[in-house]
Design a protein around this ligand. Structure first.
Ligand code: SF4
Ligand code: SF4
Length: 310
């Protein structure tokens, strides 16, 4: 798929899942029937139920494993392509960004405090075990988005208020809830770091434009592989031998490098990828990268990178 098409595909997926989960199916993501005795369930809901019941609920655990399996395969694709609340934050990002004031956040609410969500996850599980109830589900923004959009939450004033309340956190930073607080994201992140399908940027040919980083709503540094390449001893030695020690610091020089050096850089870059835990597999970095768009251009696609924004 061409970089430009990835953005269109993701938006289409978000719309389809929003309609399916929020309007057409059950108005909730907690547990969706796949037909017969098969269900797709929220793994955090399953964990809470299991801790609350203090016994292994085999059917529920199996239904929760489907999403874990998907995460092991594709990373946190649920967060980037399926989650109705994530879709809402993406669609409303422009008006919410207008409310985003430069403010001095305390350390707990700083958008870089990505570990806080693991603490929230621990608290949610502890509460489920103590109170023997999946208490978080009542205020979960994913469930409340579905229930509210499916007009099932309008009877529960407090529950329905959850969505705008949590959406207001977006005025602190893009995808603030997902980055800093979401316990479902934290649970999936544990498995996403082992994802099989890796996201790779053109680390060897990177022009250092930083568009990938600007495009990343999760605050990642997708071009970190480029920095890793610069510290690889074999690469460093080869750059010196070919008399181009600063090649990786000069945008556009990769194309002029001798073929054997390019082959070495490509081979080394092939083992590097965007780190998985905090990545929602949105592919915005891929869509924004001018080098990838140029490569797609050469293979017949129209270069529309200038029209792609985060
Ligand atoms: S795919 Fe790229 S832009 Fe999207 S979250 Fe991952 S690193 Fe960030
Ligand atoms: S967008 Fe592409 S060329 Fe620009 S810094 Fe990121 S990886 Fe490098």
């Amino acid at each position: 798929m061409k970089p430009r098409q990835l953005k269109i595909a993701r938006t289409a997926s978000q719309i389809v899942f929003f309609l399916l989960l929020a309007a057409l199916l059950v108005g909730t993501f907690c547990s969706v029937s796949l037909g017969g005795d098969y269900y797709l369930s929220c793994p955090l809901g399953v964990l809470q139920l299991t801790l609350g019941a203090r016994e292994m609920l085999v059917g529920a655990v199996v239904s929760g494993l489907l999403l874990i399996g998907l995460t092991l395969l594709l990373g946190r694709v649920f967060c980037g392509w399926i989650c109705p609340f994530g879709a809402l934050t993406d669609w409303l990002r422009k008006p919410l960004a207008r409310c985003r004031a430069a403010r001095a956040d305390g350390p707990a609410l700083h958008p870089d405090n990505k570990v806080l969500k693991y603490g929230v996850l621990g608290g949610v599980l502890l509460a489920a075990g103590i109170f023997r109830s999946p208490a978080f589900c009542t205020i979960c923004p994913v469930g409340t988005t579905c229930r509210t959009a499916g007009l099932q939450g309008v009877n529960f004033g407090l529950e329905t208020a959850t969505v705008p309340l949590i959406l207001s956190l977006e005025t602190v930073n893009r995808r603030f809830w997902c980055k800093v607080l979401c316990p479902i994201g934290a649970l999936l992140a544990v498995f996403a770091r082992f994802r099989l399908a890796k996201i790779r940027l053109p680390f060897a040919a990177c022009a250092g434009c930083n568009r990938c980083e600007q495009a990343c709503a999760m605050g990642n540094s997708p071009r970190q592989g480029h920095e890793c390449l610069k510290t690889d001893p074999t690469v460093l030695q080869a750059l010196i031998e070919y008399g181009v020690p600063d090649l990786l610091d000069r945008p556009g020089q990769y194309e002029r490098a001798p073929q054997p050096l390019r082959d070495l850089l490509d081979a080394k870059a092939g083992s590097l990828s965007v780190s998985g835990a905090e990545c929602t597999s949105c592919y915005s970095c891929v869509a924004a990268c001018p080098v990838l768009n140029r490569q797609a251009d050469k293979s017949g696609a129209v270069d529309q990178s200038a029209q792609i924004s985060a």
